[in-house]
Ligand binder design. Sequence first.
Ligand code: ASP
Ligand code: MG
Length: 404
Amino acid sequence: MGLIVQKFGGTSVANAERLRNVAEIIAETYRQGNQVVAVLSAQGDTTDDLIEKAQEINPKASRLEMDMLLSTGEQISCSLCAMAVEALGLPVVSLTGWQAGVQTNSSYSSARIKKIDVERIQSEIDRNHSIVIVTGFQGINKYGDITTLGRGGSDTSAVALAAALKADLCQIYTDVDGIYTADPRHVKGARKLEEITFDEMLELASLGAQVLHNRSVELAKKYQVNLEVLSSFERKPGTKVKEVAKNMEKTQISGVATDKNVARLALVGVEDRPGIAYKVFSLLGQKNINVDIIVQSIGRQGTQDISFTVRRSDVDHAVALLQEHKESLPFDHIDVDQSVVKVSIVGAGMVDNAGVAAKMFGALYDADINIHMISTSEIKVSVLLDESDAKLAVQAIHDKFFGE
Ligand code: ASP
Ligand code: MG
């Protein structure tokens, strides 16, 4: 028994039947003696549809008016859900971000939560014993305007509310039933994790396991909000995300992830002297081009090669920028390879386990897959491979760590 924040995503509230199902989950939790604050996304594709409507009227609409419009999607799902809970005979109230005291900065359409005044919610819970349903994805700024938090922002709303209310648990209900050791749609033998750490989740999210919004996990880690990811369609336990996770199966890693949004650039024939790497990467940094894996070759005859990865969408920008400074860097030419992928293993226990990286490389060797680049951190080993090898590589690595 305690205070539980439950967040339901767009798919989970897409139609009347699903809203009734969500109302049942909320009611069940409440009847078990818990206090419940639910945070909802807009129904199905509502937010996309609203954006389309705006495009028809004015493709250059101000972000202030866009936020006014987009915030209505969540108001619809929340009021309808409250009606469904009312129909079950339980006390309930739905609140907008503004009513719920969610204060943000003024970055319309990508606002950050500054503070949550929980007085109203708390009094609904304490005095009226109400279930409270709050619109995700939105707040209000110091001018009294409605702001939205950026696409997918309802996870962040839920975690922020859980932190402000000092909730015992924040459940994220979605259309998958938890976090898996690999993408279950593509990897044979992928299985659901009972628990995972915040750090592992952050790595997996940034590596392309799109279950939780990254900002929400960062926030959960910062305020130590226990999360659980679970399905709204099946009543069974999901995956718990917390500071320290039990490794039930004593596996050395928690998961294998693939990131396709990566390209490799190589500056070939760069002069071998101090300050070149500094210059290259500060140029890219100033333009907000994120660089991930970096490999510098050994110098020969006064020149060397510097290879690194960037997001595919940044390739043209990065190449243009470096060409612009070709004279001062100087280098011979730039080599671009866009048909690569990054495959990573993630595990909090890795630091204490010698040989984890070797085991990964062994799996790739057995599958006859060539590695272009490698990078490691305390909880992650990433390799850059040919895109055509990705599927086989992930399966081989997964089999090696999780196979019987
Ligand atoms: N409805 C918003 C969106 O589609 C927020 C969310 O779903 O989290 O981006
Ligand atoms: Mg959505």
